[in-house]
Design a protein around this ligand. Structure first.
Ligand code: PEP
Length: 251
């Protein structure tokens, strides 16, 4: 049984005061439940404020990125150990905005993944095709290439340190949603790929989550798909009430 994940990615939004308010509002309603893993990824500056507030709750903390080196002279970078120290259990890697605006390659993402694993962080690895690639019928090829490169060093025993997020680039922040059937098709493809490379036991347990303009109105039909184990939510996670509604729809 794969426990669902509902993860909020705040990107470069939220000041410390907004972040603290958001957690307080969410915790008024959030059921204490083992049925779903609720994860929030604030910007680095708000990690401590959020961690203080969620300490006694079941909400889990994620970083939005790490540097590819364990420590040292890398001005402006944040390390895996620093995220762990700040209370994070998860880190988002390979988000399409990192690939697009910071030229992150699959090879770099794989290096980050290794560091995250070494420091006990669970990586949420994002993959997904652009609109041109989808229209050219290349979706599966692109996703496979990103999986092969991003997971290049992964061995079966490390798969419990991994969550895969299918995030079609054309659906992120655009208001366009992949239909539940389109998303299910790619999630099934990803699970089959895990099966081919790592075997059936691993493919049965790995969690593959969907992201791309998810809203309370669209979350339940996505979650009803057989191979969709959760949601990565950007814009709709910025308001505690819409994030709560999305969590509720997955229970
Ligand atoms: C994301 O940031 O991963 C995301 C899916 O954003 P949005 O929900 O705003 O499309």
């Amino acid at each position: 049984m794969r426990r669902p994940i509902i993860a909020g990615n705040w990107k470069m939004n939220m000041l410390i005061s907004n972040a603290a308010e958001w957690v307080d509002e969410l915790l008024v309603h959030l059921p204490v439940s083992d049925e779903v893993d609720v994860i929030v990824a604030p910007p680095f500056t708000a990690l401590a404020a959020v961690q203080d507030r969620i300490e006694k709750s079941k909400i889990l903390l994620a970083g939005q990125n790490i540097g590819p080196e364990p420590e040292g002279a890398r001005t402006g970078e944040v390390s895996a150990a620093m995220l762990k120290d700040a209370g994070c259990d998860y880190v988002i890697l390979g988000h399409s905005e990192r690939r697009q605006f910071f030229a992150e390659s699959d090879e770099l993402i794989n290096r980050k993944l290794n560091i995250a694993c070494d420091h006990g962080l669970i990586s949420i690895i994002c993959v997904g095709e652009s609109l041109e690639e989808r229209n050219a019928g290349q979706t599966h090829d692109v996703v496979e290439r990103q999986l092969v490169g991003g997971l290049a060093s992964v061995v079966g025993g490390q798969l419990d340190r991994l969550v895969i997020a299918y995030e079609p680039v054309w659906a992120i922040g655009t208001g366009l949603n992949a239909s539940p059937e389109q998303a299910q098709d790619v999630h099934r493809f990803i699970r089959n790929w895990i099966n081919k490379i790592f075997g059936s036991e691993q493919s049965a347990v790995i969690r593959v989550i969907y992201g791309g303009s998810v809203k309370p109105e669209t979350s339940a039909p996505l979650m009803a798909q057989q191979d969709i184990d959760g949601l990565l939510v950007g814009g709709a996670s910025l308001k505690s009430d819409s994030f709560y509604d999305i969590i509720n729809s997955s229970l």
